[in-house]
Design a binder for this molecule. Structure first.
Ligand SMILES: [Zn+2]
Length: 418
């Protein structure tokens, strides 16, 4: 098979960023009836383009398959709704939005963000590919159309509703297979004097934080500011400002304007923050293809440490249980080959997962009470980003002499409650 082509510039992708082997879709948890059946595994082989440096996973799974029963409702997370409210407050001030303005959000989910725009009496429209999620948004008073954004749908929506003063696309750019068509869709929606605001997990933080569990099939592009600029430039957009955010292990929020607007008024940007983030990326080597080479070794070291611990525990006759069975944990489990022989079972708060198994590795998932009943010697915290909060919840593991463990960003074994 010939090398896949870069989704930004078309160059054949011959360079590996990291190859995590084969893995099933990370959100498909088989039931007891299904685990004797076949499971489809897809490659998790991330490439870096030698020409434009876009780090990317070829679209192994068709987008329709992913969004078909997509049932993530953003409003379920209080902190995310608060993040959205702060964003709307800041955007209204930054762009001096008034009730005459028009705001469009792409991948608007259940209206978690646009509800704050509606509250301010500003006209808005959500664009959301999942019909059931769009319906939930409409019920809360957020006008929403069911569409995948591309240049054609963007033009059609702008013709019908008018051009937007602000187009918001949070945590979606990395998840679209045809990234250039999507960016052109953003431009098509935008008024000439408008701004596009995009949030993306930052590749630099992924590398520095060893966050390789954020690699999964639905996550097609792993963006730096440099490559984001290149994607947007292909659609006639220029990044004029950037903010660094703590969300998703370290994200960027870029603000972009149409190239024509900058031609007419070069004072619009880019801001000093753009040069600063680009300098950080250069210091880490992300301006060259060779600078991307070390990540695979970091990932191998995580796997070695995790397996060494689990194999030692097994030989010593210790019981190991996982706390949490999040979708992103499955990248690590599959890559390391951690099955029920090494981790007896996992507990999770989500009742949907009880009685099911982790995809590919088939570790049984039980309710949280099962942990206390088993009194394991070691508890591996899978959502390691919540380590502190979960460690406090699991302080009583110390009562039976158990320890807590995280595999990421690096291996750590520690006292419960610390
Ligand atoms: Zn490329």
């Amino acid at each position: 098979m010939s090398a896949p082509a870069c989704r930004l510039c078309g160059t054949p992708l011959t360079r590996t960023f990291v190859d995590l082997g084969m893995s099933p879709p990370c959100e498909t948890y088989p039931t007891a009836d299904a685990i004797d059946g076949a499971e489809t595994f897809y490659p998790l082989h991330v490439r870096v383009c030698e020409s434009c440096l876009l780090v990317q996973l070829p679209a192994y799974i068709p987008a329709e398959e992913i969004f078909d029963d997509y049932a993530y409702f953003s409003s379920y997370s209080d902190s995310w709704v608060a993040h959205a409210r702060k964003f709307v407050d800041a955007a209204v001030e930054r762009l001096a939005l008034t009730p005459e303005s028009f705001v469009v959000e792409v991948a608007s989910n259940d209206g978690y963000l646009l509800q704050h725009v509606v509250e301010r009496g500003i006209r808005c429209l959500g664009i959301e590919p999942a019909a059931n999620v769009a319906e939930a948004a409409r019920r809360t008073g957020v006008p929403t159309v069911v569409e995948f954004l591309g240049e054609d749908t963007g033009s059609g929506i702008a013709a019908e509703h008018g051009p937007a003063d602000l187009v918001v696309a949070n945590n979606v750019l990395a998840h679209v297979p045809d990234i250039v068509d999507f960016a052109k869709g953003l431009r098509a929606l935008l008024a000439d004097g408008g701004r596009v605001s995009i949030e993306i997990p930052h590749l630099l933080r992924l590398i520095q934080g060893n966050e390789y569990d954020t690699i999964y099939h639905e996550h097609f592009s792993y963006l730096s500011l440099l490559t984001t600029q290149r994607v947007l430039a292909a659609a006639g957009l220029v990044v004029v400002d950037v903010e660094e955010l703590p969300s998703h292990g370290g994200s960027l929020r870029t603000w972009s304007a149409p190239a024509e607007a900058l031609d007419a008024d070069p004072t619009l940007g880019p801001s000093p923050a753009v040069a600063e983030v680009l300098a950080q990326e250069r210091a880490a080597g992300l301006h060259t293809v060779e600078g991307h080479a070390g990540f695979a070794d970091q990932v191998a070291a995580v796997r070695d440490d995790a397996l060494r611990f689990l194999l030692d525990a097994r030989r010593a006759g210790k019981r190991v249980v996982a706390y949490g069975a999040p979708g992103k944990g499955n990248t690590l489990l599959n890559h390391c080959g951690i099955r029920a022989d090494l981790v007896e079972f996992a507990v999770d708060r989500n009742p949907y997962k009880h009685g099911r198994y982790t995809p590919g590795t088939h570790i049984p998932i039980r309710p949280p009470e099962a942990l206390d009943a088993a009194r394991p010697d070691h508890v591996v915290i899978m959502p390691w980003n919540l380590r502190r909060e979960i460690s406090v919840q699991l302080a009583h593991v110390a009562d039976w002499g158990g320890s807590l463990v995280t595999f990421l960003p690096t291996f750590e074994e520690f006292e419960p409650g610390t």
